[in-house]
Every structure is written in structure tokens, then in C-alpha cells.
Design a protein around this ligand. Structure first.
Ligand code: ADP
Ligand code: MG
Length: 593
């Protein structure tokens, strides 16, 4: 707790602050880098040179040091408060994307920032957000000054933590507005007092629609982290609705490892002559150099054997496993847990309640374990202690998705390894990845070390009848996920050995899948049934729940299964509402801690 300060001390502080802001404004204005110029190309500044306002001892003339080319945070025109926050967070030297974009961002320009995963993009926008509001002398009564949007709740939480660290000495209030938690009424009461909102799109829009007097008309800075994801089709309606309620005159910053260059996207956000800062465009590889990547052929019906064997061979590692649907994640997690591999297992997907999700996320940050996840964990997350392995059991939908998944390891200066399982029919993906400057070594699986697990799974499914439902639904959603993939050169559901796959999950009989039968009957007709129409997106859109999943024909008990699935289908819509009624992590009004 800070002691109340006397009026004179407060006045003195205000005066100092005022002077600092004046100097910062003059410094920023007088040394603005040229538009279109990349400060990385400049020689690093000499640390011994004077920083900031320079007064010539003889003539008394005042000038300012150049800040484009700065490699250390203290050489930048930022407040003492920011410097203290950065120092306490352990940040001294800037990363390349920070060197390139901060000089432009600090002088108020719109930014399109692209840099590899784990290269420090967060600070490249958090610092300008804090500093803009500071220099504007933003106060409690000024309301929302900045909005930072993240595609997922976990990433929003992580960004909020960075805002808290760097903004520790700024007097702003910030709130984390994400779906899936209770207490929306309190949130609605307080949201107008917040200066910085870190949010997921759905929750932000909910406040815009429902919170009385919610006012963003004074917004200064808008940030889209993982911008290409937020701009893609899944968030289109929500984002358009959000942007239509924001003032056009503002600073906008977009960051991603796979940045959008679409003119339409930029027009949607009314970007003004954005600075395109791509620090790794010339790089030989599109992924971090410290990342060792491998791919191997694994037939569909051997995927679980291979995954099981992999886990058993890496019991002392931190492993992130990507699967394509929530149902698969649930099944593999529950099944492997019962088989006790000898390492803690965890799972993360969009259908879990938010408290649980946050809990799992922080536990995985702390310990050696295996986390089975959908793509909800593929973007932006910086797991505290380094992830050793990223295992992609199911092929990513495209090159960008691959880059983000493997990007959960080899962050900042640490190393990491990844392995991609490809089915023989998906080999085209390897070519696409290699063409996109991703150095993947193709290796042969050592079949001698393969530990078959399907026999154990069959026994498990007999012992635990609930598991049979899980297995069936994992089976269906996997086939569905392949069926709805856009890239037909890579994904072809008709090429899959479905009976063998079903048996490999331990299922006694292959469940009937109506869409496959239809497809077999009339290829053309089934192609007409556009999937986008039948998908239900959840708030973060990280998982899709195709309605056609309702069409599973369980060989055993049609009625029960239908009810079960119907419930799930409607639950998704309900969940969307429920997730819109969540709560906020508040910072007290006076500061961010
Ligand atoms: P990106 O968004 O590019 O994937 P992050 O912003 O999440 O990367 O940063 C990756 C890691 O690097 C984080 O752990 C972050 O704390 C660390 N980091 C970022 N910038 C610096 C810096 N200048 N000095 C030291 N560590 C940094
Ligand atoms: Mg990031």
C-alpha cells in the first residue's frame, strides 16, 4: 500500500510528470524516423551517448538524441515509469521486432508487425499503448483509452499480465474481459472506469451491446494480437461490429507471426499508411532457428500407437500435443490417463469451463507433463517454463497453423523440438511447408519401438462404457474435421482407412457416418452442403461444432446417442451465451497491480 502523499508532494509529482511528458513529446516529434524506414538497418546507438534532451554547454542549444536504432529500452523516448516496469520485468535489450517497430509506434503510426513466434511482439505493442495514454495524461474519468484484442482467453490473460508488469508504475486501470466466467454485472458496473481493456472479441462486443453507457468514443489505440486470426472468417461479423463502434481517428497496431497483407483487411480497420515491419522476411526460415522440426509418416490407425510410444519415450519432458477436435482431445486424454503412462496428463479445449481452463494452463506452465489440446493453445501462448516438444498428431489446416503450433516451443532464446505426424495421403503438406521456408527433416518412424495401444483401448472400452461414447465421438469429429478442411490437395476423407481407424480407437464396430455414406453415394451432392453454414462457432471460434455431428448413427443405441448429441449441439449455443456472462480480473483503479 502506498502512503497518502501530502498535497505539496503530489503537486511536485504532477509538475515533474508534466515536464517529463513535454520532453517526451518534443523528443518523439523531433526525431521521428522516416515513414517506411526500418530502424533495424541503422547501426546500434552508442550507449555512452547522451540520451534524451541534450543541451549544448556552450551555445545552450537544445536537441534530442536519435531513438530509431536504439537497441536498449532506456534509449527510447519512454517514461521513467515504463523504464522501471521494464527493468523489473527483466527487459533490457530489445528484440528485433521491438527495435524495428517501437520507434514508429511511439510516434503514433499505424503498425503492421510481423516477426517469428516467440520473438517479443507483445512488448512491441504494450509499451506504445501505455505510453500513449501516459503522454495524453489519461485519467480515471477519461474511460477506455486502449483496447487490446486476443483470439483466445488464455492469450488475453497472458497479455494482461504483461500490461500489469510493464505498467506497474503507470496509474491506469486495466481489465481482462473474457468469456466463460461469472460476475458480468460487476463487470458492467466497472467497465466504464477501465482505461485499458484486454479482451476476446465476443466479450468486448457483448459489452458494446449490453453495457449501459459503455463508451469507446475516446479510444486512442487499438491492438489486434494474432491479427490474421482475428481478421479471418470466424471472427468477421464480431470484429466488423466492434470496429463500427470505434472512432476512426486512432492508432491501430496489428501483430502476428503470419501477418495479413490483405488490402481489404486493412481497409476494414481503416489503417492509415501503416508501417509494415517484417523483421524476418529475408530470413532463410519462417520459424525460429533454435527449433528442430521433424515429420514422419504415420498411418491413421497407428497414430495413437505412435503417440503413446512417443510419450513413453519422453517421460521427463514437457510435451504439447495438438489434435483437431475437442472430442479427440477428451478421448485421448481420458483413455491415456487410465492407461497410466508415467507422466501427468492434462487437456485443454474450448468446451471446458473457464476456471478449469485457466487452471490447466497455469499448471502446464509449471510442470513436466503432457498437454493434449486443440488449436485453442496454438496461438501466442508463452508457457512459462519452456515446452520441450510440440507433437502434431493431426495435420494442421494450413502452413500458418503449423507455424503457430510449433511456435509454442523455441521461444525467445530457448530451443525446442517438434514432430508432425502425416498420413500417406497428407504428404502434400510437407511440400507446402518446405516451400514456405520451414526446415523440416523427414524421418522414418522406428517401428520396432512402436508400442501398440489399441488392444489396451479395446479392453478399456469394455470396462468403461462411457469411454465408448467418447471414442465414437472422437472418431466422428476427426472424420468431420478432415471433411471440412479447405485444402483438398492435402485432406481427403475418402482416402482414410476408416475401419482400421475405428479399431485403433478400441471400438468394436465402425460407427456409421451419414455424411460419408452420402458422400459415397453422391459425391457432388454432399459437396453442395456447405459446411460453413452448418458450423456453430463458439465465442473464440477456436473450435467448430458441426451440426452434422448430430447425424451420428450409433450402432448400439440411436435414441440415447441422438439425445446426447443434441444436448451437446444446443449446449454449444447455450455455452456461447454463458460464456458471454463472465467476469473480469480487475485492477484497482489507481494502478495495475
Ligand atoms: P511473440 O508474441 O513474438 O510470440 P512474446 O511477446 O510472447 O513473443 O515473447 C516471447 C518471450 O520473450 C516472452 O517470454 C517474453 O517475456 C520474452 N521477451 C520478449 N521481449 C524480450 C526482451 N526484450 N528481453 C527479454 N525477454 C523478452
Ligand atoms: Mg504473441
Amino acid at each position: 500500500m502506498r502512503r497518502p502523499k501530502s498535497r505539496t508532494v503530489r503537486k511536485k509529482h504532477k509538475e515533474n510528470e508534466f515536464q517529463e511528458i513535454e520532453v517526451l513529446n518534443e523528443w518523439i516529434e523531433s526525431q521521428k524516423p522516416e515513414s517506411g524506414f526500418n530502424p533495424l538497418s541503422l547501426d546500434p546507438l552508442q550507449s555512452k551517448m547522451p540520451i534524451g534532451r541534450i543541451v549544448d554547454p556552450q551555445s545552450g542549444a537544445v536537441s534530442f538524441s536519435r531513438y530509431a536504432g536504439a537497441r536498449k529500452f532506456y534509449e527510447l523516448p519512454i517514461s521513467k515509469r515504463a523504464k522501471n516496469g521494464l527493468e523489473e520485468g527483466g527487459f533490457k535489450k530489445m528484440t528485433d521486432i521491438q527495435v524495428a517497430s517501437l520507434p514508429h509506434a511511439l510516434c503514433g503510426r499505424d503498425i503492421l508487425g510481423a516477426a517469428k513466434t516467440g520473438s517479443g511482439k507483445t512488448l512491441a505493442f504494450v509499451i506504445p499503448v501505455l505510453e500513449k495514454l501516459y503522454r495524453e495524461r489519461w485519467g480515471p474519468e477519461d474511460g477506455v483509452g486502449s483496447i487490446i484484442i486476443s483470439p483466445t482467453r488464455e492469450l488475453a490473460g497472458q497479455l494482461f499480465d504483461v500490461v500489469k508488469t510493464v505498467g506497474k508504475y503507470h496509474n491506469f486501470s486495466a481489465g481482462l474481459l473474457i468469456g466463460g466466467r461469472k460476475g458480468v454485472d460487476t463487470e458492467k458496473e466497472r467497465v466504464n472506469e477501465l482505461n485499458i481493456l484486454v479482451c476476446t472479441p465476443g466479450r468486448l462486443l457483448q459489452h458494446m451491446d449490453e453495457t449501459p453507457n459503455f463508451d469507446c468514443s475516446q479510444l486512442q489505440v487499438l491492438v489486434l494480437d494474432e491479427a490474421d486470426r482475428i481478421l479471418d472468417i470466424g471472427f468477421k461479423k464480431t470484429l466488423n461490429a466492434i470496429v463500427s463502434q470505434l472512432p476512426k481517428c486512432r492508432q491501430t497496431m496489428l501483430f502476428s507471426a503470419t501477418q495479413t497483407k490483405s488490402v481489404q483487411d486493412l481497409a476494414r480497420l481503416s489503417l492509415k499508411d501503416p508501417e509494415y515491419l517484417s523483421v524476418h522476411e529475408e530470413a532463410v526460415t519462417a520459424t525460429p532457428n533454435r527449433l528442430q522440426q521433424t515429420a514422419m509418416i504415420v498411418p491413421l490407425d497407428q497414430k495413437l500407437d505412435m503417440l503413446w510410444s512417443f510419450i513413453k519415450a519422453h517421460l521427463r519432458s514437457k510435451i504439447l500435443v495438438f489434435l483437431s477436435s475437442c472430442k479427440e482431445v477428451k478421448f485421448v486424454f481420458e483413455a491415456f490417463k487410465k492407461l497410466r503412462p508415467g507422466i501427468p496428463l492434462k487437456c485443454l479445449h474450448g468446451r471446458m469451463n473457464q476456471e478449469k481452463r485457466m487452471g490447466i494452463y497455469s499448471q502446464f506452465c509449471e510442470s513436466h507433463s503432457v498437454l493434449f489440446s486443440t488449436d485453442v493453445a496454438s496461438r501466442g501462448l508463452d508457457f512459462n517454463k519452456a515446452v520441450d516438444w510440440v507433437v502434431q498428431v493431426d495435420c494442421p489446416e494450413d502452413v500458418a497453423s503449423y507455424i503457430h503450433r510449433v511456435g509454442r516451443t523455441a521461444r525467445y532464446l530457448s530451443g525446442g523440438r517438434s514432430v508432425l505426424f502425416l498420413m500417406p495421403s497428407e504428404m502434400k503438406m510437407l511440400e507446402k511447408l518446405q516451400a514456405a521456408k520451414i526446415p523440416i527433416q523427414f524421418i522414418k518412424a522406428n517401428s520396432k519401438r512402436l508400442q501398440p495401444v489399441s488392444g489396451l483401448l479395446s479392453a478399456l472400452l469394455v470396462k468403461y462404457p462411457d469411454m465408448q461414447h467418447l471414442a465414437q465421438r472422437a472418431f466422428i469429429t476427426y472424420l468431420r474435421s478432415i471433411h471440412i478442411q479447405k485444402d483438398k490437395e492435402v485432406f481427403d476423407v475418402m482416402k482414410l482407412p476408416i475401419d482400421e481407424y475405428s479399431a485403433s480407437l478400441g471400438l468394436p464396430m465402425t460407427p456409421k457416418v451419414r455424411f460419408l455414406n452420402q458422400k459415397k453415394k453422391s459425391k457432388k451432392e454432399s459437396e453442395k452442403s456447405s459446411f460453413l453454414e452448418s458450423e456453430i462457432f463458439d465465442e473464440e471460434n477456436e473450435s467448430v461444432m458441426p451440426k452434422e455431428e448430430l447425424l451420428v448413427e450409433d450402432v448400439k443405441d440411436k435414441k440415447v446417442d441422438k439425445d446426447f448429441l443434441l444436448k451437446d449441439g444446443t449446449q454449444d449455443v447455450g455455452e456461447q451465451n454463458a460464456s458471454e456472462i463472465g467476469d473480469t480480473m480487475y485492477a484497482p483503479h489507481s494502478c495495475l497491480t
